[in-house]
Design a protein around this ligand. Structure first.
Ligand SMILES: Cc1ncc(COP(=O)(O)O)c(C=O)c1O
Length: 437
């Protein structure tokens, strides 16, 4: 079987002897031109128009009302958790069968991951396990918060993951979480273009996150995005993504007089009489407070200022990256179709074997971002990985469960039989798409 796999795959990719990797970045069209145009514009950083255009493309594709492009998917997850109100000492429900970034973001927010088991069909969070856990291991306290009975710590959010481009059972997961008042942030980093019950992944819960890392269906080199239809979540993410938080308008002043200032920050009015503004883009300390105001625009004595009222992150996506993403986005449907063709090709290749190709869940449409094989047991999986690697074809065992990571010793885990099964008998195989393949 392995010999046939090697021979046929080399034919498919038209690579008789060169190495074949899991995922190589594929350029289909205007990548060089769009990046060059961005360079020529001189606006390569976060104010370039490309960022807004990429956000609009995400809005159009997902149907979400708002999108914020970020410097990585991890950053978008972090901001999303903060926007949902996740705080230090909280739990966030998630699964251990994912890329480490999912759990890193939980730890960045100050909370701890609580690992629940996956569903064997989707490899995402099992709605049945979730429902059973919440019914048996939690209670609702006087303020209406869901609390973990043993640790007495709040369960602040649920972070399901769409694994390898296949949707988790989102309708059921959101239904269960709603019963307990737990907001859902979807890690759809790998799921651009995938749907569940006809609805794009990432739009079932409060917000969704994409990654545009180099190995994703659309890449910006490095980058990510959060999309949502919830105005409060959007406003929170938009402002915390920047180093400076809130923007407000200075009151106008009669000509020739020192302007009086009415700055709003966190809805409190900061009166600043007696400080004068003489230049655009100058930073001022507001007398009597620790707030720094930066004058960004002067027009008819109306000045726009940015006021740093709390700590933000510099998590915005630069225009140079967005330019690359926009060029890739032009061929998004073609890219997804090629991924699906490759998955179907693998399915016919392994049709008469004891090895199965992971298929899209019922009622879902998968982008098949990364193909995965299911072996009858660990030994045959390991042998396959060794043989294909020796033949210059990259394949690898799927993720080690995050519940085993020493860095997540502050986590809590429920029984994980399905996650252990997936960890022991699955392998990822090459999933690159090229214009020619
Ligand atoms: C499931 C999952 N979550 C989160 C991330 C983090 O995205 P990024 O690498 O853009 O930070 C990735 C991918 O890289 C991922 O595959």
């Amino acid at each position: 079987m392995i010999q046939q796999f090697i021979r046929k795959l080399r034919e498919y990719y038209q690579r008789p002897s060169e190495a074949i990797y899991l995922i190589e970045t594929a350029m289909f069209g205007n990548e060089y031109q769009f990046v060059k145009e961005c360079l020529n514009s001189g606006k390569v950083s976060t104010i370039g128009s490309e960022v807004e255009r990429l956000e609009q493309a995400i809005i159009q594709r997902t149907g979400a009302k708002y999108a914020v492009a970020t410097s990585s998917g991890t950053a978008a997850l972090h901001l999303g958790l903060l926007a949902l109100g996740v705080k230090p000492n909280d739990w966030v429900l998630t699964t251990p069968f994912t890329f480490v970034a999912t759990t890193n973001a939980i730890v960045h927010s100050g909370a701890s991951p609580m690992f629940l088991d996956i569903d064997r069909r989707t490899l995402g969070l099992s709605p049945e396990v979730l429902a059973e856990f919440l019914a048996n291991e939690t209670y609702i306290d006087d303020s209406g918060q869901c609390v973990h009975t043993v640790s007495k710590r709040r369960i602040a959010a649920c972070l399901p993951v769409h694994v390898f481009g296949h949707s988790a059972h989102m309708t059921e997961i959101v239904q269960v979480c709603n019963q307990y008042g737990i907001p859902v942030l979807e890690d759809s980093a790998e799921g651009l273009g995938s749907t569940c019950n006809g609805q794009p992944v990432g739009t079932h819960g409060k917000a969704g996150v994409l990654s545009f890392n180099g190995n994703k269906i659309v890449t910006t080199g490095g980058g990510g995005a959060l999309f949502t239809s919830d105005l409060e979540v959007y406003q929170s993410v938009r402002s915390t993504a920047s180093s400076t938080l809130s923007y407000s308008l200075l009151t106008s002043s009669p000509e020739g007089k020192t302007p009086e200032y009415g700055l709003t920050a966190n809805s409190s009015k900061l009166e600043t009489p007696g400080y004068s503004v003489s230049a655009v883009s100058t930073r001022y300390k507001i007398p009597g407070s620790n707030v720094i105001a930066s004058v960004s625009q002067a027009q008819n004595s109306e000045l726009k200022v940015a006021v740093g009222s709390s700590v933000g992150y510099n998590y915005r996506m630069p225009a140079l990256n967005a330019a690359l993403g926009l060029a890739q986005w032009e061929h998004l449907d073609q890219r997804i179709q090629k991924k699906r063709n490759l998955a179907h090709w693998y399915q016919s290749l392994f049709a008469n074997s004891e090895v199965k190709v992971l298929d899209e869940p019922t009622d879902c449409f998968s982008n098949y971002w990364l193909n995965a094989l299911i072996f009858p047991e660990r030994n045959s999986r390991d042998q396959f990985v060794l043989d294909s690697t020796k033949a210059g074809i990259e394949s690898r065992p799927v993720w080690t469960l995050l519940s085993r990571y020493p860095s997540f010793t502050n986590s809590y885990q429920m029984p994980l039989p399905n996650a252990r099964w997936a960890e022991s008998c699955m392998a990822n195989i090459p999933s690159t798409i090229f214009p020619h393949a």
